[in-house]
Every structure is written in C-alpha cells, then in structure tokens.
Design a protein around this ligand. Structure first.
Ligand code: ZN
Length: 212
C-alpha cells in the first residue's frame, strides 16, 4: 500500500506540474488491495503526503478521519466495472474542459485519437459533480474507451496503471487543444475514415503500444 500511495502522490504532483490540474481541482485513484486508493477532498497537491490519500472499499466505505475526493463515485464505479483498468485520472484541464463546455465529441481528426481506444472521444451529458448520475453518464461515455469528456466539467482518462492513465490524459488534452485550434479555422474539418482508423489500430498493435 505504501508503494501505491507514493505512486498516486507522484502522479498527482505530475498533473499539477504539467498544468493539467490547478488548485484543488482534479483527482486520481488506483486499485489497491481489495479496494482502491483515491486523492483526498479539497486539498492542494503541495499539501498532500502519502498519508493524505484515502483507502476506499467498493461499498463506498473509507478510512476514518479522512475524506475522499467528492468524485469518488465515478472512480469506484469505473474500477468496479472495468477489470481491464487499474487507474483513473480526472482533470479540469484547459482544452478538454473548453470542448466539454461546448458538448463536443472529439472525432477522428487525428490518428492519435486511437489512444482512447476508439475513433471518437465521447462527451458525457452534464450532471452535478459528485452525483451518481454523473458516474452513470461517465460509464456510458467510457464504453470501449479509455477517455471521455464530461459536459460543463472536464475529462476522465483511464489506464492499465497510473503511468498509462497519465499518458492518456496528456494525449487527450493535446488532442483537445489541436481540435480546438482546428475549429477556429474550419468548423467541419476533414476526418479519417473507419477504414483508415482500423489501419491505425492494427499499426498500434504492431508497436505494442502507441504508434508515433
Ligand atoms: Zn471535477
């Protein structure tokens, strides 16, 4: 558990250093023991220590005298329903949030959209932060995907481990910035076809991970 705490703290610090999260916004979790570890509610990363992180169970119970992120429901529900996933990162990063506020799905405008495991990144309909409805909406948007946007809120990135989730979050933010810039010039940009995206997925498999 100590190792997992240090890893989760390190990823949270990295999210802040990269500017993907600011102040107390955003949170992250990782499978640990029979449950998961999650970042605490309302604490800036600079103040966090490994002991600040909260061990939760899948029934929603958590360590005494600690308070998990208000978004623990979607972390819990994703980890409970996706055995392929071990880490969840949530950000209010600038460009993902900008497009989420426009209720935009991200289409296959660039082949790297494949990092989210599909030819779109969906935007989940708006629901109140921390609510079960938000979790339900996120789970639907994440079907067969490793990332989604949350309308009027931010984004979620999933990973096989914390480093993978961070890599997905960084690439999704990058894609959102590119798409936002493209939309300034052309509101209907040319997209890759289904056949072209199938080739990308084949090529990714060949590389073992992402194509460059
Ligand atoms: Zn949030």
């Amino acid at each position: 558990m100590q190792d997992k705490c240090e890893q989760l703290l390190a990823i949270s610090q990295k999210l802040a250093q990269l500017g993907l999260n600011k102040g107390t916004s955003g949170n992250a979790s990782v499978r640990c023991g029979g449950g998961f570890l999650i970042t605490p509610s309302g604490m800036i990363v600079d103040e966090m220590t490994p002991d600040s992180l909260v061990q939760m169970q899948f029934d929603g119970t958590f360590e005494q005298n600690k308070k998990p992120s208000s978004e623990w429901r979607f972390h819990r529900d994703i980890l409970a329903s996706r055995p392929d996933i071990s880490a969840v990162i949530h950000t209010h990063s600038m460009f993902a949030t900008t497009l989420a506020c426009l209720h935009k799905d991200i289409p296959a405008f660039h082949y790297m959209i494949a990092v989210a495991d599909g030819d779109t990144i969906r935007c989940a309909p708006y629901a109140l932060f921390g609510s079960q409805q938000l979790s339900d909406n996120a789970l639907t948007a994440l079907i067969d995907r490793k990332a989604c946007l949350l309308a009027n809120h931010g984004m979620i990135a999933l990973g096989y481990d914390l480093d993978d989730a961070l890599a997905v979050a960084i690439e999704v933010e990058n894609l959102c910035e590119q798409y936002w810039r493209i939309l300034q010039v052309n509101s209907n940009p040319p997209l890759l076809s289904e056949a072209e995206m199938r080739e990308v997925f084949q090529q990714f498999k060949g590389y073992g991970k992402w194509g460059i």
